[in-house]
Design a protein around this ligand. Sequence first.
Ligand code: TRP
Length: 331
Amino acid sequence: MKQITLTGLKPTGAPHIGNYLGMLKPSLELAEKYQALYFIPDYHALTTVRDGKELANLTYQATATWIALGLNPDEVIIYRQSDIPEVFELAWVLSCFTAKGLLNRSHAYKAIVDDNIAAGREDDKNINIGLFTYPVLMAADILLFGTHVVPVGLDQQQHLEITRDVALTFNNTYGNVLTIPEAVIRKEVMTIPGIDGRKMSKSYNNVIPIFAPSNEVLKPVKRIVTDSLRPEEPKDPEACNIFAIYRHFADADAVAAKRNLYLEGGLAYGAMKQELFELLESTFATKRDRYNDLMNNTHELDKILEQGAEKARAIAAPIMAKVRKAVGVSI
Ligand code: TRP
């Protein structure tokens, strides 16, 4: 039987090139070798999204993103976290094996505490318990399916370490019940710069969206920050924010030719931006149409998610039964 790869795409907004290269594309590639389970952790988003209609819509967006990018729902199991009640059951069990100190040290939680302290507020001001136990729910997402590999961005590395730690603690007590997962983090795509040169991130407002209308893709591409070298002057491709994105979309020959043009002189940034834009258009235009079709036909998405949930629960049920048996509750 194939090993299992699993990852979650949090429903928090329109996908951008950083998400695509960092997580979506590598995940779709892994799906060729593994039995893939890709899901939308909608209950995780509840720690921050407080508008029911918005959350439902964001979940559709994330689902449509996967499918428009080529995920085949007959091969990859795609589902909504909230359709799998066993996840929440396992989360409770795992919480009883999670040292509180481990969660105190979680980066996401600590960052908010540090902000509070810096601003002279009480340490835990505005922190709900869901935010605090977020890593336990994530561990349940992963461990419930006997997952072997989890493709994630670098920001999720600590969550994977917590997951492994909790699983090992559980196994130390009950024997080899849970599979210990590995994180797969693609180092080479960790540094996709946004249009201002910092890491591409919605919170920096420096993203290039992948499914927005052409003019909303062109606008940020035109605003990519460069130095002010004239076309005839030689340039360092490695220091150029346009090249840093271009190299992931063009084929190897085109990248090599472009690299020479930078080094020898003769490259105009305006023309390079136009070329990047056209490359993005040809990469995403038909996928964008598919995305829009799906968003206009959420019944189709509902059907896909329902079928996915059924298949996912079939994998989860025997593992949850093993956990119940091990701890000695009703089976
Ligand atoms: N925490 C992840 C993020 O913010 C989303 C997520 C939830 C996830 N559960 C998961 C990722 C399980 C991988 C596996 O991006």
